[in-house]
Design a protein around this ligand. Structure first.
Ligand code: GDP
Length: 196
């Protein structure tokens, strides 16, 4: 697939506003500031496909993009904003679990975590929900350029070991939008999930 052909389709407040549930969807999730927008922009070769400046607490939306016919990428709202009201958090959690459980076309999820602050509680919840929903999961440790190679390797094995101890058979890789690390690997993984 040519990810540079990706186009914005729509923003939806919940699953009832999504397009027909056909083809394959792959979602991107992560704590706010994990580098999700940058990763989506890097993968699609577009400067501002996923806006990199987002206002926390605004209407929480699922942003949907189309790479090709029946191949969609979904940008889920960043989680972990401290200043979002409880009520909004609860609503979002409900929409999210509904999306993960009921969306038939949802095949896989890419969960992004800053390599310096991985596996926070919300990340672990996200991974559990994805596994429970029987989705394929790829974990990306982002901003890998921030660590020297020794520290990077250490952090990578730490996360891999933690996930193994959670009984989750999940692929973990490093990624950097700045240094273009992991870009081809992610595209190959997405192609595989898209079945192209
Ligand atoms: P999001 O909230 O998860 O969408 O995160 P953003 O993509 O907006 O990135 C959050 C911050 O991290 C921004 O200041 C980015 O410039 C920075 N950032 C994102 N990716 C990288 C990366 O690969 N390397 C470095 N050094 N900084 C990054």
């Amino acid at each position: 697939l040519n990810y540079h052909m990706t186009k914005f389709v729509l923003s939806a407040p919940d699953i009832r506003h999504l397009p027909p549930d056909t083809g394959v969807e792959i979602a991107f999730a992560g704590r706010s500031n994990a580098g999700k927008s940058s990763a989506l922009n890097t993968l699609t070769g577009q400067k501002s496909l996923a806006r990199t400046s987002k206002t926390p607490g605004r209407t929480q939306l699922i942003n949907l993009f189309e790479v090709a016919d029946n191949c969609r990428l979904v940008d889920l709202p960043g989680y972990g904003y401290a200043e979002v009201p409880e009520e909004v958090k609860r609503k979002w959690q409900k929409s999210l679990s509904e999306y993960l459980q009921k969306r038939d076309s949802l095949k896989g999820i890419v969960i992004l975590m800053d390599i310096r602050h991985p596996l926070k509680e919300l990340d672990q919840n996200m991974i559990k929900w994805a596994v429970d929903a029987e989705l394929s999961v790829l974990v990306l440790l982002t901003k890998s350029d921030k660590l020297a190679s020794g520290a990077l390797k250490q952090q990578l094995s730490k996360v891999r070991d933690s996930l193994k101890s959670m009984n989750a058979d999940i692929q973990v890789e490093v990624f950097s939008s700045t240094k273009k690390v992991g870009v081809e690997l992610v595209k190959n993984k997405l192609n595989h999930w898209f079945n192209v």
